[in-house]
Design a protein around this ligand. Structure first.
Ligand code: GLU
Ligand code: ZN
Length: 492
């Protein structure tokens, strides 16, 4: 059997984590099996359609590095891959299903349907859905209505008193009593447009989709689809319903939990491979005790038996950890390229200076060893590195003073250490550290009590990237100027 899977989003919103997870698993399955991965646009809901969302779909997958073999932009043997360009096919098949006895014309107008709904509400029996009023229309009656030109929809004739079952590749056998299935859903709307069910089934059939992998929220639609395949006399594809993606509170992941659209993750400086790695583990476990997987790794490892049945919990902290890991794996020069737009935005190179000059670019590159370990997001780099590019605002005297030390003594120690700045800059790091240690001892002070005021003077903060490395990047002139500013504060 040729393995053919598809990602079939409706372009009615931005691509979000759940959708990307579905796309990724389909992609991985295709790659692992040597099959084909297809993109199909399910744009039957024209009222919520926007071209921007189509673009966003392609941009998102391209950014992540998920490629496809057939699709709207690529074409393929089963083109077109856009449902709005296939309306004739759906119409033809709705009519075919009517002639096969699997569907019927319904002429109920909105007035009748709302009266029906109201009666259902009032009865408080919990009965909902279409009451199958037109299912028993005689052939003659139907013909007469059609001849009259009455508007109609075509509904699926759900077999009564039967059970519909399918075996989900992940969840095992699933059975639905037909009495629990949505009663006779519309397949073709009165404007001639297909509904999701019709277009989805017809396309999966004609595009020779072998496996339908989609989120578990689609399970209630699956018996309808199986009934349609049976009515057409077609074989249905294999089904594999993917575990849901939840927020930490156990509710379906949504805006309430934080960023969910891939654009937002991208704009906050997540790296595509970090996001892919994390999303690839939402509902799958590849190997024990291993977290870091490239897309290629996952392509080699993916299989349905590595999927979990239980819902996956989206953990923003864990994703942040992954992002930090991938940042540390990046070459310094590459990181700089990623940081530059954020740096311009944060005015790192000076007010109104979008581009760094050569010296600034060099400084940014050299600063990578200092800050790489300390950021989980690309956008965190400019604020952390800011003290290297311009003098920090000196904090109040209090900030410089180590515990149990007086202001005068702090000033004295800072002034003493400022005299050895040239040595601290020129000596190799370990020797420089040894020098501070021995000097501190000679001055009758703890090493930390010497380091802390110097750190605040050079960086403007008690917490900073490594001090000696920073000092070396700042250079003697800048270091002296800042120590001078700090001493002035400490004299007040
Ligand atoms: N168009 C549906 C969606 O928006 C496709 C569901 C399916 O994969 O069948 O997700
Ligand atoms: Zn009707």
């Amino acid at each position: 059997m040729d393995i053919r899977v598809r990602y079939a989003p409706s372009p009615t919103g931005l691509q979000h984590i759940g959708g990307v997870r579905t796309a990724l698993f389909n992609y991985l399955f295709a790659r692992a099996q040597g099959g084909s991965f297809i993109i199909r646009l399910e744009d039957t809901d024209r009222s919520r359609f926007a071209q921007e969302y189509v673009q966003n779909l392609f941009d998102t997958l391209n950014w992540l590095g998920i490629s496809w073999d057939e699709g709207p932009d690529k074409g393929g043997a089963f083109a077109p891959y856009v449902q709005s360009e296939r309306f004739e096919l759906y119409r033809k098949h709705a009519l075919e299903l009517v002639s096969k006895g699997g569907a019927y014309y319904c002429f109920c107008d909105e007035e009748r349907l709302s009266a029906m709904r109201k009666a259902q509400d009032d009865s408080k029996t919990g009965v909902t859905g279409y009451d199958r009023h037109c299912r028993s229309l005689s052939e003659d009656q139907t013909k007469a209505y059609l001849a009259e030109g009455r508007p109609y929809v075509i509904r699926l004739k759900i077999p009564l008193d039967e059970v519909t079952s399918f075996t989900d590749k992940l969840l095992g056998p699933i059975e639905w009593k037909n009495s629990d299935v949505n009663p006779d859903p519309v397949l073709l709307k009165s404007d001639g447009f297909p509904t999701y069910h019709l277009a989805n089934v017809v396309d999966d059939h004609y595009m020779k989709i072998s496996h339908v992998m989609r989120a578990q929220e689609w399970i209630p639609s699956t018996p309808l689809h199986v009934i349609m395949y049976n009515a057409f006399g077609w074989e249905h594809p294999e089904y594999c319903h993917l575990p849901m993606v939840m927020g930490q509170d156990g509710h379906k992941l949504s805006k309430r939990h934080g960023d969910t659209s891939v654009n937002e993750f991208r704009d906050s400086g997540y790296l595509p491979d970090a996001l892919l790695n994390y999303v690839g583990m939402l509902g799958a476990s590849y190997q024990d005790g291993r977290d870091i997987y490239s897309l290629k790794d996952m392509e080699g490892l993916f299989s349905i038996d590595k999927l979990n049945k239980a819902p996956a919990v989206f953990d923003y902290k864990k994703l942040e950890w992954f992002n930090g890991q991938y940042i540390r794996q990046r070459a310094d020069a590459e990181l700089v390229q990623l940081i530059l737009p954020f740096a311009s935005h944060a005015n790192l190179f000076g007010p109104a200076q979008a581009e760094p000059d050569a010296a600034q670019l060099d400084l940014l590159l050299k600063s990578m060893t200092l800050i790489k370990e300390r950021i989980s997001f690309i956008k965190d780099a400019p604020p952390i590195a800011a003290y290297l590019f311009s003098d920090p605002v000196m904090p109040a005297a209090q900030e410089f003073i180590p515990k149990k030390l007086e202001q005068a003594r702090t000033r004295e120690l800072l002034s003493l250490v400022s005299e050895i700045l040239p040595d601290l800059i020129s000596l190799p790091e370990e020797e420089a550290e040894a020098l501070i240690r021995s000097k501190a001892e000679a001055w009758g002070a703890k090493m930390g009590d010497v380091m802390m005021p110097l750190r605040v003077a050079l960086t403007g903060s008690k917490v900073s990237p490594p001090l000696l490395g920073s000092l070396r990047l700042l250079g003697l002139e800048t270091a002296r100027r800042r120590v001078g500013m700090a001493l002035a504060v400490l004299r007040t």
